[in-house]
Design a binder for this molecule. Structure first.
Ligand code: SF4
Length: 90
């Protein structure tokens, strides 16, 4: 998910950093840092941050152009014959 913040609008209210701290972070009192590509697991928090921003400075593109990060593990990908391998001894 692509994240864009219009930094001309952003007033540094830090609502977004509070609601989605993995994506937004305040640097000093007013500068906002953010991750431009957030994982889909951030979707809900991002939605809250977008809704909470008092100046509507946050845009989230939910599209999957580019290298969108939706991946599924095939069933059994984690099935590995990890049995008992114990070293003896006392
Ligand atoms: S909530 Fe909006 S105004 Fe506040 S820091 Fe985030 S983007 Fe900027």
């Amino acid at each position: 998910m692509r994240v864009v913040v219009d930094l001309n609008r952003c007033q540094g209210y830090a609502q977004c950093a509070f609601l989605a701290p993995d994506v937004f972070r305040m640097h000093g009192d007013e500068a906002l840092l953010y991750v431009p590509q957030a994982g889909v697991e951030q979707r809900e928090r991002l939605a809250q941050a977008v809704a909470a921003c008092p100046v509507q400075a946050i845009l989230v593109d939910d599209g999957e152009d580019g290298d969108g990060g939706r991946r599924t593990l095939p069933a059994g990908a984690l099935a590995d014959g990890a049995g008992g391998h114990g070293g003896g001894g006392r």
